[in-house]
Design a protein. Structure first.
Length: 158
């Protein structure tokens, strides 16, 4: 839960980061800002969180599909766990149907799915990896949220 609060605060903070490199230390946290990405490192645990503006993380899994018309708005990486949010031109129903096909094609098995008022949520599993997929619409714009996690990820929460 502590990381969720930190993520909310960091989302606002990273909206104002620019280019170049800047390193700052606050208590046990080292913050490195470089080329639109910000990395937060807990010097006690070694846990790192990378926040990217407008791009997929380098470690984003190749077997989790992203639409070709995606406009990445934000992404976070904590250890092996990755969260991405993007906009797309497709309707929520078209995007939902596309994900149903593409996830299955890539070997993902659906664990749970629900729909209400053209908003969709589903969870998928492949080996030790899971994906939580959300698709929704606001003001005529379709947004997609993807949270990827692996059982082998080690995140310390104290």
């Amino acid at each position: 839960m502590r990381y969720l609060s930190i993520l909310c605060i960091l989302t606002i903070a990273t909206a104002f980061t620019g280019c170049g490199t800047k390193t700052t230390k606050y208590g046990n946290t080292v913050i490195e800002e470089k080329n639109g990405s910000t990395t937060y490192t807990d010097t006690k645990t070694g846990t790192k969180m990378e926040v990217n503006a407008m791009k997929l993380p380098e470690k984003f899994p190749k077997d989790v599909p992203i639409r070709t018309d995606a406009t990445v708005k934000t992404s976070y990486t904590i250890g092996e766990n990755i969260s991405v949010g993007y906009g797309t031109d497709g309707s929520t129903t078209d995007v939902w149907n596309w994900y149903q096909t593409e996830m299955a094609k890539n070997g993902w098995k659906v664990l749970y799915q629900q729909t209400a008022d053209n908003n969709y949520i589903s969870s998928w599993q492949k080996g030790d990896n899971t994906v939580l997929l959300t698709i929704g619409s606001e003001n005529g714009k379709t947004g997609v949220g993807i949270m990827f996690s692996t059982k082998t990820a080690d995140i310390q929460t104290e």
